[in-house]
Write a protein that binds this ligand. Structure first.
Ligand SMILES: NC(=O)c1ccc[n+]([C@@H]2O[C@H](COP(=O)([O-])OP(=O)(O)OC[C@H]3O[C@@H](n4cnc5c(N)ncnc54)[C@H](O)[C@@H]3O)[C@@H](O)[C@H]2O)c1
Length: 432
């Protein structure tokens, strides 16, 4: 067909709800692919975030709204979809009105902060016939896509056991779960398992391809990031601390010298507000929560947790999360009736092993190399947006599709694990 006679496909339009670090990453897809995605509005109660986002995407003043109620009341449906990057406890309350107004929604994880909320959202999406996709971005990382593809193709037979591990590095742990927003349920809305590992629990469920989890047990606790573990001589804030030089958790080393985690530390950094070094020093010395000693914070989430799951077909799985490790990494090991797959995402390859009983052999091993991007969740963030666009257009989603109805089992495992850890009992899951 001649190029000029092809029908031009219009970009899908979207409104950003919660102009934080995450939503702006997803929205940035429109800059690279203006033919696929156009941002046409922003909703955020923070006036600076509203105006900077409007500026970034060239939006008129009237396309900026203080909350979703303001959007729905003033304009109703002005886009095909919404990209919801609000914080955990606002996910469901902000998405329900969007669904009622006719928007499809790309929603950050965790879906909600309780099982009842997640099921309420599912009912809202079904009632309105809308599509909701969850930002389980690891399903789009090439490492996991290739493993899932091989499992779905039957390469290792039926999975009878799975193990995943997430090692949250010392600097990530300190930023997110000791000093930062996700340090307590009161602050971030979620347990550490749900805010950090809903990805991994989703991967377990995804690899099982729709087989329901039936029971969960879990243990965990906060062993290290507590006041009595403070080394002798530790001060209240790192910049004036007598033992800063020898401390692995020094805010000076992490945030001034290595410049780690800038979008979390400095307000509106993701929207182009970059503080000077003098401002950073002053902030960490005085009132920035990220300048606090990690043993003297108001954190209450666990720093390690183990989860064991049973599935309806008898398969068992475990997930181990540990915060404070030297190397950040995610590992997976699937054992099937005809072989196994094992790898560490950050290493950029996995192996497929199969029994080989011939004389002189024990097993065969195939090494599968993948391109690994160190940022944006192994490159998954923007591939997720690409798939969301396909879904909104009514096209066939990819193998990774994180449709709400296919993303719930991992969350049910997580909520049940937290209940199990708290009650010290096995928690059974009802079939949905
Ligand atoms: N997919 C991932 O791997 C991943 C990684 C990190 C964080 N997250 C999740 O992304 C979400 C956002 O995290 P973040 O760090 O970008 O948050 P953020 O605090 O930077 O952004 C949240 C924004 O929502 C705005 N907001 C508050 N109330 C609102 C309301 N009622 N309506 C609209 N906007 C409102 C805030 O003003 C803020 O601008 C969290 O749920 C977090 O758990 C996901």
């Amino acid at each position: 067909m001649a190029a000029e006679s092809r029908t031009k496909v219009e970009p899908i339009t979207a409104i950003i709800v919660g102009a934080g670090h995450r939503a702006i990453i997803y929205g940035s897809y429109s800059k690279k692919h203006p033919d696929e995605l156009k941002i046409v509005g922003v909703v955020d109660p923070d006036p600076i975030r509203r105006s900077r986002t409007a500026n970034m995407f060239g939006l008129p003043d009237e396309a900026a709204y203080v909350d979703v109620e303001d959007l729905v009341r003033r304009s109703g449906k002005i886009a095909d979809a919404a990209i919801n990057g609000t914080m955990d406890s606002q996910h469901v309350p902000t998405t329900l009105p969007l669904l009622d107004a006719g928007y499809d929604v790309l929603l950050e994880k965790p879906i909600g902060t309780a099982q009842s909320e997640v099921l309420e959202l599912l009912a809202g999406a079904r009632k309105n016939g809308r599509k909701v996709m969850i930002c389980h971005v690891l399903r789009y990382a090439p490492f996991y896509v290739e493993i899932r593809r091989r499992v779905a193709a039957g390469d290792i037979g039926d999975i009878i056991s799975l193990q995943t591990v997430e090692n949250v590095s010392y600097h990530h742990m300190a930023m997110g779960f000791v000093r930062g927003k996700w340090r307590s349920k009161a602050s971030g809305g979620s347990s550490m398992l749900m805010s950090k590992c809903c990805h991994d629990l989703d991967l377990l469920a995804w690899m099982k391809g729709g087989i329901a989890p039936t029971a969960v047990s879990s243990f965990g606790g906060r062993s290290y990031f507590r006041a009595e573990k403070a080394p002798a001589g530790a001060g209240e804030r790192c910049l004036d601390c007598a033992i800063e030089e020898s401390c692995d958790y020094s805010a000076k080393k992490h945030y001034l010298e290595q410049k780690l985690w800038a979008p979390y530390l400095w307000p509106d950094y993701h929207l182009g507000v970059v503080p000077s070094m003098e401002e950073r020093i002053e902030s960490l010395r005085t009132d920035n929560p990220y300048g606090r000693c990690v043993w003297k914070c108001d954190n209450d989430v666990v720093d390690h947790q183990s989860v064991v799951v049973e599935f309806a077909d008898g398969c068992t799985a475990s997930h181990n999360m540990t915060g404070g490790t030297s190397k950040p990494c995610r590992a997976i090991h699937l054992i099937g009736t005809h072989g196994e797959i094992q790898g560490v995402m950050e290493d950029g390859y996995f192996v497929v092993r199969r029994p080989d009983p011939r004389a002189g052999h024990e097993y065969s091993e195939e090494r599968v190399e993948l391109k690994v991007s160190k940022d944006m969740h192994g490159g998954g963030d923007l591939r997720l947006v690409e798939d969301f666009i396909r879904v909104v257009r009514g096209e066939q989603p990819s193998i990774s599709s994180t449709a709400l109805e296919e993303s719930i089992y991992g969350h049910l495992i997580g909520f049940a694990a937290d209940r199990s850890m708290e009650s010290r009992r096995i928690v059974g899951l009802e079939t949905l």
